[in-house]
Design a protein around this ligand. Structure first.
Ligand code: ZN
Length: 294
């Protein structure tokens, strides 16, 4: 099962829009990280928007990493996307689940706290592009819009939503990014600003079963637009035994022996366990496996 991203542009060339239904991505994240509801909402929103931002990259080798570093109990949140929008991520404290806000909603900003949002785009050049802004709300969508406005000088409407069901699975999730292009027509800009209010409960739009295109029609109401395509994307971890081998090899054999000895001193089996932080895959190396690396 995959999620889909719709890409479209207004007929007058004033703005482009990306819409994602990310329910499958968020459910995969829940399965890997066993997140509590507020952690699901926070990580789910970050995965959703990072997928959209990845889809805006140009080249096959490009990737983007979005990190939220707040002083709240959630700790660090990080998501990485490839150039299509296949995404992976983690939250440092998947158990974070503060009391609901007075309006009955999950308190994502309370879990995240104050801090920074940073973006690293690896575009194949020597130095990656980096940008960072202080968190303005900790609810993520507004923070992303601020990042685009301040760091990339692109006026952006961003709406993100994750609805967690009673059984802790993701009931609905999705996101919308509308970005103005240079020389946008003022009338179109006014309409986009007016329509943005209709996106404030975007997860309920997805929950009602609306398609990506129907949601684009809400964001671009009264504005003619052309749909380019719809892309299948998923939660995808690219870890492998070979990559873990290489990471261990980058330490010295002596260091690895030292780590093995520490395990034994603690009364544990003589083996090293390497866990992938994105998909929780466990890879075990005993002494023989370590010798084989060199
Ligand atoms: Zn992995």
């Amino acid at each position: 099962m995959s999620s889909t991203i719709l890409r479209a542009m207004t007929a007058d060339g004033s703005a482009r829009i990306h819409v994602i239904n990310s329910k499958e991505i968020v459910n995969r994240a829940i399965a890997y990280h066993r997140t509590a509801p507020t952690a699901t909402a926070a990580l789910g929103r970050l995965l959703t928007v990072t997928s959209l931002m990845g889809c805006m990259l140009g080249e096959k080798t490009d990737s983007i990493t979005v990190t939220i570093e707040g002083d709240g109990d959630a700790g660090r949140l990080l998501a990485v996307s490839d150039y299509i929008g296949n995404v992976r991520g983690y939250i440092q404290n998947p158990d974070v689940d503060p009391p609901l806000k007075s309006n009955g909603k999950l308190d994502v900003s309370g879990a995240i706290g104050h801090g920074m949002l940073s973006v690293v785009k690896d575009m194949g050049g020597e130095l990656p592009y980096t940008g960072a802004v202080p968190l303005v709300s900790g609810e993520i969508a507004e923070d992303i819009a601020t990042y685009f406005a301040e760091s990339e000088q692109v006026p952006t409407v961003c709406a993100l939503g994750v609805l967690v069901d009673k059984d802790l699975s993701c009931r609905a999730a999705g996101g919308v990014i509308v970005q103005l292009l240079p020389f946008a027509a003022p009338d179109t800009v006014d309409l986009i600003e007016r329509n943005a209010a209709e996106l404030s409960r975007v997860s309920s739009l997805f929950d009602r079963g609306l398609s990506n295109e129907e949601i684009a029609q809400i964001a671009l109401k009264d504005i003619p637009f052309d749909v380019f395509d719809e892309l299948d994307v998923e939660y995808r971890c690219n870890c492998s035994r070979e990559k873990t081998d290489a990471a261990l090899r980058s330490l010295s054999k002596e260091k690895l022996y030292e780590l093995l000895a520490e395990q034994v001193a603690e009364g544990k089996p003589e083996q090293l366990e390497v866990n992938c932080r994105f998909c929780n895959e466990h890879r075990v190396y005993d002494k023989k496996a370590i010798d084989k690396l060199f």
